[in-house]
Design a protein around this ligand. Structure first.
Ligand SMILES: Nc1nc2c(ncn2[C@@H]2O[C@H](COP(=O)(O)OP(=O)(O)OP(=O)(O)O)[C@@H](O)[C@H]2O)c(=O)[nH]1
Ligand SMILES: [Mg+2]
Length: 409
């Protein structure tokens, strides 16, 4: 993409409480180029949705009308008032109201090139509905919907951000998370679901944050920052990477799960680029071994003035990226780009998107809980209205194993 009028138009779709909380923080940014106000928060529970909208209103500031925000940015779905922390209920709620969901997205987000779906994977609502919705959007909208929507949805890109529960959370959260990861990656018939699955783990992100006070704010801030850096790379004329690049090759390799790794506010007048990339690599959002990376993208954001002065250039970034991958002995599919940010100074921000890595270090935190609960939850309704059959759970396991086997180091 060369001209700035061809930049990717993103929309954010968040479902569930945590997803909504993360998405509402997009409004907190001074500017969020690429998204503008195309944000939809969904929940099965009205009061949770009200809370999210209240938060959104705080971010936007006075003058915003709550009812107006509810109409344009919020959607209550399903008749269950909550998913009872059991993902099949979240999915059933989305199925119930698929027409309304699609209608809202069509009204508020038409012309979007890419969706960023956001859900916490430990819960039932976001985790149950988002993978289902992506599959429906891509493969089978209700007959009632117009041909236009179908064409649009077939060409649009669906990226998803999934948040892994704290390691100490109750087993059902981990059961949900493993199922959610599998369902984001693969549809029921075993084919690719989301175009790109980004992962962040709460415990891992909290350990990296300064305050460590158990609040979600710093974790959510880190997630927003990573998404913003990623979206920013497709915005500016100097950049060569765009979302289509992020998804095409990793999808062909069947290695389309990623973790962001971020370092910000590095002094570009002092540090070498390769060092800055390494700083980012030390801040992955999930536990992983960088050596197992199979696809990587480097996005460096530097002040316009540094770029104009020739202090930093795209070839510099590319060379540093190659040196960095060599230093880790990884021969990856990948690309590097330089994005300008306004202003002077020498603060440089780096995002590495590391993909196709061995997922075991993350799954190890949840697998025992997953297996233990699978025994009792399969064939039950988890206390809600929807059954999870043995066949469905078996398929979820098979899909995840088929995906992870070739990606295991
Ligand atoms: N990073 C982050 N994680 C969150 C946040 N809120 C909740 N979580 C995590 O998300 C999981 C709970 O999911 P919720 O988002 O509350 O669930 P839900 O999608 O509303 O689904 P229900 O189970 O039906 O309520 C737990 O693992 C929490 O640690 C948040 O704002 N940020
Ligand atoms: Mg909830």
């Amino acid at each position: 993409m060369a001209a700035s009028d061809t930049f990717t138009r993103w929309s954010v779709i968040a479902s569930g409480e945590g997803g909504g909380r993360i998405a509402s923080q997009f409004f907190d940014r001074a500017e969020n180029p690429g998204i503008d106000e195309r944000i939809l928060v969904m929940n099965t529970n009205r009061s949770d949705l009200r809370n999210t909208i209240d938060r959104l209103q705080e971010h936007i500031g006075s003058g915003s009308d709550e009812e107006q925000l509810m109409n344009t940015h919020a959607l209550e779905f399903g008749s269950q008032q909550g998913a009872g922390n059991f993902f099949p209920n979240g999915e059933a709620c989305a199925l119930e109201d698929l027409d309304r969901i699609v209608g809202d997205i069509q009204d508020q987000m038409s012309g979007t090139d890419a969706f960023m779906h956001i859900a916490t994977l430990g819960g039932g609502t976001g985790n149950g509905s988002i993978p289902y919705l992506i599959d429906q959007f891509k493969n089978g909208l209700p007959d009632a919907q117009s041909v236009d929507v179908e064409d649009w949805m077939e060409s649009v890109i669906h990226a998803a951000f999934g948040v892994w529960p704290y390691y100490y959370e109750q087993p059902q959260r981990h059961f949900n998370a493993v199922c959610g990861l599998s369902r984001l990656l693969r549809t029921e018939d075993g084919t690719q679901n989301a175009g790109m699955v980004l992962l962040g783990a709460n415990s891992h992100l909290e350990a990296a944050s300064d305050d460590g006070n158990g609040q979600y704010d710093s974790i959510n801030g880190a997630i927003i920052e990573a998404v913003e850096l990623m979206i920013g790379a497709g915005r500016e004329t100097r950049s060569v990477i765009d979302i289509k690049d992020y998804v095409t090759i990793p999808s062909q390799m069947d290695a389309y799960h990623f973790t962001p790794a971020v370092a910000t506010d590095l002094d570009g007048s002092i540090f070498e680029l390769e060092y800055m990339l390494e700083q980012a690599a030390e801040n992955t959002f999930v536990p992983m071994d960088v050596e197992t990376t199979r696809a990587a993208y480097a996005i460096v954001r530097a002040p316009e003035s540094m770029i104009d002065n020739g202090e930093i250039s795209e070839p510099d970034v590319y060379d540093a990226f190659r040196d960095w991958t060599d230093s880790h002995g990884i021969n990856v599919a990948g690309q590097a780009s330089l994005t300008p940010k306004r202003g002077k100074g020498s603060d440089v921000d780096v995002l590495l998107l590391l993909g196709g890595f061995d997922l075991d270090p993350l799954l190890d935190h949840s697998w025992d809980d997953f297996e233990m609960l699978g025994e009792s939850l399969a064939g039950s309704n988890g206390g809600g209205e929807t059954d999870l059959t043995h066949a469905e759970l078996d398929q979820i396991v098979t899909n995840l194993e088929e995906y992870t086997d070739p990606n295991a180091g």
